[in-house]
Unconditional design. Structure first.
Length: 172
């Protein structure tokens, strides 16, 4: 009897941006959703697309293509929003990440993750926690907390609060 080796190790949500494979720790992911209407917020950086109202909770939305200085691409039916939760200044903050498409959840054994600093022209290396070797290529593992710097987190938190204020005003 041949035993199949179980694929164990940390789990990552595998998604695509500009034909490259990326992953984020599945424990950070709260929800996956298709594209929806995003309410824009004036005077925010272009990569902060606005906010959505998700079951009464205001979620600021970041377009990862724009954050990584990639060319904007019109949203399609494969474009998705990954809702993640991050700790900022002692407070849990939810944010949505717009990606080209979602592939699947993969388990990657620690010995298949190269932790040597990786240089990628599209993504600054401080966002990257490692590069995982997969059967069909490599997956760049991102640290969602480091995607934004402190000033951008403050803007994002402000965008969420502005959206919350705007949403309450619309309900009056």
């Amino acid at each position: 009897m041949t035993r199949r080796k179980l694929n164990t190790g940390p789990r990552y949500l595998n998604f695509v941006l500009d034909e490259e494979s990326y992953g984020i720790a599945i424990l950070r992911v709260k929800e996956l959703m298709g594209m929806t209407t995003i309410t824009p917020i004036p005077q925010t950086p272009a990569f902060i697309r606005g906010f959505i109202n998700l079951r009464g909770q205001i979620i600021p939305i970041i377009d990862l293509r724009l954050k990584f200085s990639l060319e904007f691409r019109e949203y399609t039916k494969r474009t998705s929003i990954i809702v993640v939760e991050v700790l900022f200044a002692g407070e849990m903050l939810m944010m949505g990440l717009v990606v080209d498409s979602i592939r699947d959840v993969v388990s990657v054994p620690d010995d298949q993750i190269n932790r040597i600093p990786y240089i990628n022209a599209k993504v600054q290396s401080e966002y990257i926690t490692g590069v995982a070797k997969l059967e069909n290529g490599v997956m760049i593992i991102l640290d969602v907390v480091k995607i934004l710097n402190q000033d951008e987190f403050v803007q994002l938190k402000g965008a969420g609060e502005a959206g919350s204020f705007q949403n309450k005003g619309e309900q009056s």
